[in-house]
Design a protein. Structure first.
Length: 134
């Protein structure tokens, strides 16, 4: 069983070729980097849009600040559509692989918590260590 069918793979390839055409040469590091940002934005935006996870928008602001050091204005937090736009722009603004890896690690930890039905606002030992200022 393939995880991605032929039609989806074709769609991804067309996106990558179109992306090359409308982006600055310096913006595209490699296709894998671009795909990781595309998938990350989709996953995080789906989490943000969930009313089960975030009953109120202000909770999304706290979540983004805690996990990704993203701070949004009170005005931006009035609309989930605006929040997802800001999040997408933030993700596509990641330029180095180190920044992206740090982002992906945080996203992975959030997904593990959701999978295990844990509170996404609770810190695990990894997060405590990563949060220490040395």
């Amino acid at each position: 069983d393939k995880m991605i069918d032929a039609n989806t793979m074709d769609l991804i390839n067309v996106f990558l070729s179109v992306n090359r055409n409308f982006s600055n040469e310096n913006d595209i590091q490699d296709e894998n980097f671009e795909l990781q940002k595309l998938i990350s934005a989709s996953i995080l935006n789906n989490i943000i849009l969930s009313k089960k996870i975030f009953k109120k928008n202000y909770m999304i602001g706290k979540f983004l600040e805690k996990n990704f050091s993203m701070s949004l204005s009170k005005y931006a937090l009035t609309s989930r559509t605006m929040i997802t736009g800001k999040v997408t722009r933030y993700i596509y603004g990641l330029k180095s692989s180190d920044e992206l890896i740090e982002f992906l690690n945080a996203l992975y930890n959030i997904l593990k918590k959701l999978r295990d039905n844990k509170d996404i606002f609770d810190n695990d030992i990894y997060e405590v260590i990563m949060g220490m200022k040395i």
